[in-house]
Every structure is written in structure tokens, then in C-alpha cells.
Write a protein of this length. Structure first.
Ligand SMILES: [Zn+2]
Ligand SMILES: [Zn+2]
Length: 367
């Protein structure tokens, strides 16, 4: 089962020329789940290889404007396309009140929007995974979300299966699915005879906006991927404390304590371009990446290599060249990126995100 995370917007509070506002798409098999929908998210989807697909579920982390203002427009677009399928929006308490206001903007729709407020610990259960909310520390009612898959069957022991005289073919699959099977030559084999102990499923944690908090640490334990905000660099630690945001280094320390496989930092203040945040964070936790818009993190199973960043993975070749401009970095869409922390890292040599658009502006704290 494919599982990945598409970064549609990686800027905090205000967009930059290169980074859009919060929007992250989880793709699992054929499912598409959007987490946050900042202004411009529908266009980011249109520009990506994902397209503006008919989403059935949107999760909002909190109600700062940089996380939901894209939603009314996107809901309206769906209606203009004559959509019938219902859509569910999940968010922390306050969602119903928010939609009381938003409905005046998007008006009548051609489909039903169901609203479901989630308190910490609540979520949705699916046949083989669940998504639940956990509390974060951002000064307003806010959720982080954790997607966790059910444990997988243990590894299939091929040698043992052959020794037991099981013919290669469909019986293998049935055993792997947990079924006992009858052998053509007589006798029954139970799954435990050929399967190792169950293996954990994958876990993705999206913390949303927060200072590095205990609840995030608990939720993130042993996660394959923690997506954490890094609004500021350490030079602005005081501001991070004051506004209940995080620095890259503090998020990295949390990732280290939680034992995650990869940390992805997002929600950068427009004062930062990425490399400086990455450098600080990697000094603490080397497996840190700072995705740009349209990057993908492919959550492979540990035996297939674990999570990896695919730069520009959600861009077509032409679009990628367009988006990455003339900084010589275009064309590396499939470049694997382990997040090593040395100065040879291409991420650190790149043209800073948004650097061509007038340089640094004072960072914002709202959102
Ligand atoms: Zn924000
Ligand atoms: Zn916020």
C-alpha cells in the first residue's frame, strides 16, 4: 500500500513567491486526505500532478486564517463542477461556529458538507488504519493529527513454507492474510507456522502549529514521519516562545527524543528560506528535511528503506523547471534525499526559497 505526504504549502502566516500557505495531502492507496487548506491550496493542487481531486475529507488543525482560508474557495469550485459526493470537514471544537461564518461566503453548494469536531483522542477508524487528534500548545484550540496503520502480518518465511511442502502460489497469499490452508497432499497449515511476529504499521504525525509540546512528543514516538512546524530559527527563540511556535532546533530535539525516522519542517516564517532552518535542525537531528512546495515524502516500509524525500515529486517535469526557476536545481525530481546534515547537501546549496522576490521581510507572528 502506497503511503505518502504531498507538501502543497510550506509557509507560515503569509505566503511567499515560492511557498504557499498550509496544505498537506496524505495519500494512502486511492485515498486523498487534505490537512489544512490555506489560501491558494486549490491552485497548488491544480499545479501539482495530483490535480484538484474530489476530496472527501479535510482535516483542519486550528482556525488561524493561514490554515483554512482556502477552504471556502475550494468548496465553491467543487460546487461549480456540480459535485454530488458529500465532504466531511474535521477540526477542533469551533468548527461549527467557523462554518456559520464561512457559509455566508461560499453560499449554497451542490453537495453536503458534514462537520465533525474532534477533541484530543477522537478521530476516524478505517478498516486498516485510524486518524486521531491530539492536543498541541498553540494558545488557541488546536489539534495535531496522527495517522497510524494497524500492525501488519509478520514476515513470510519462504524456506519454512517450502519445508512444510506448501506449493508456491495462492496458498502463500492466503497464509499471509492470516488464513489457515489445507494442503493438496493432506494436512493443514496455520499462519503462525510460516509467519514471523506482527510488524508495526506506519505512522505519520502532523503537529500543525505548536510549540514543542509533551503531547506532540507522545504522539510522535517511533513515527515514520513527524511533520512539525519551524516558524523560526534559534535567533528568534524568544519570539517562538511568545507566539507559541517552534524553532527548527527545538522541533529537532523533540524528534530526537521521540525517536522518529524522519522529521519534516514546515510553516517557515517568510524571513527564512529553508537552508538555515535545516542546518540548525540537522545539528540536533540529522534526519531532518525542509520540504518545499510540491515535494513529496514517500513513507516506505522499513524493509524498503523507510521514508524518503522526493524533491518536486508532485510536479511534472516542465512544471518543475518552471517552479524551481533558473537556479540550476531543476530536473532532480527523483533525487533521493536522506537528510544528511553535511554541507555537501544539495538542499543547503540551493537558491533560497523566495530569495528573488525582494529579500527578507520582517517575520509575521499571527497564524
Ligand atoms: Zn499558521
Ligand atoms: Zn496558528
Amino acid at each position: 500500500m502506497d503511503l505518502d505526504v504531498v507538501f502543497l504549502g510550506t509557509s507560515g502566516s503569509v505566503p511567499t513567491a515560492r511557498r504557499g500557505l498550509a496544505g498537506t495531502l496524505l495519500r494512502r492507496g486511492g485515498e486523498r486526505i487534505l490537512v489544512d487548506c490555506g489560501e491558494g491550496t486549490q491552485r497548488q493542487l491544480l499545479r501539482s500532478t495530483v490535480g484538484l481531486v474530489e476530496l472527501h475529507e479535510v482535516f483542519l488543525t486550528h482556525y488561524h486564517a493561514d490554515h483554512y482560508l482556502g477552504l471556502p474557495g475550494m468548496l465553491k469550485t467543487f460546487a461549480l463542477r456540480g459535485r454530488n459526493a458529500p465532504l466531511t470537514v474535521y477540526g477542533p471544537p469551533g468548527l461549527v461556529d467557523l462554518f456559520g461564518v464561512l457559509r455566508r461566503i461560499f453560499g449554497k453548494l451542490t453537495y453536503d458538507v458534514e462537520l465533525q469536531e474532534l477533541r484530543p483522542g477522537e478521530g476516524v477508524e478505517r478498516s486498516d488504519y485510524r486518524i486521531f487528534a491530539f492536543s498541541v500548545e498553540h494558545g488557541v484550540t488546536a489539534n495535531g493529527y496522527c495517522l497510524v496503520e494497524d500492525p501488519r502480518p509478520g514476515r513470510f518465511d519462504l524456506d519454512r513454507a517450502r519445508k512444510l511442502g506448501i506449493p508456491q502460489g495462492p496458498l502463500f497469499g492466503r497464509l499471509q492474510a492470516g488464513e489457515s490452508v489445507a494442503l493438496p497432499q493432506g494436512g493443514t497449515i496455520s499462519p503462525e507456522q510460516v509467519l514471523g511476529p506482527p510488524r508495526p504499521g506506519r505512522k505519520i504525525v502532523l503537529a500543525g502549529d505548536t510549540r514543542p509540546g509533551r503531547e506532540v512528543l507522545e504522539a510522535a514516538r517511533e513515527a515514520d514521519l513527524l511533520v512539525h512546524e519551524a516558524t523560526f530559527a534559534s535567533e528568534e527563540q524568544a519570539r517562538a516562545d511568545e507566539t507559541l511556535h517552534s524553532t527548527g532546533a527545538a522541533a529537532a530535539e523533540l524528534a530526537r527524543l521521540a525517536g522518529v525516522k524522519m522529521l519534516a519542517l514546515t510553516h517557515l516564517s517568510n524571513r527564512y528560506f529553508g537552508p538555515e532552518i535545516a542546518r540548525e535542525a540537522r545539528a540536533v537531528f540529522p534526519r531532518t528535511v525542509v520540504p518545499r512546495d510540491f515535494d513529496i515524502i514517500d513513507i516506505r516500509f522499513p524493509e524498503r528503506g523507510g521514508p524518503r524525500l522526493v524533491k518536486g515529486g508532485a510536479l511534472g517535469r516542465q512544471k518543475e523547471a518552471d517552479a524551481h526557476g533558473s537556479d540550476g536545481s531543476a530536473g532532480g525530481g527523483e533525487e533521493p534525499h536522506g537528510g544528511g546534515g553535511d554541507s555537501d547537501d544539495p538542499e543547503l546549496r540551493r537558491d533560497p526559497v523566495g530569495a528573488r522576490n525582494g529579500g527578507r521581510a520582517p517575520s509575521e507572528t499571527a497564524g
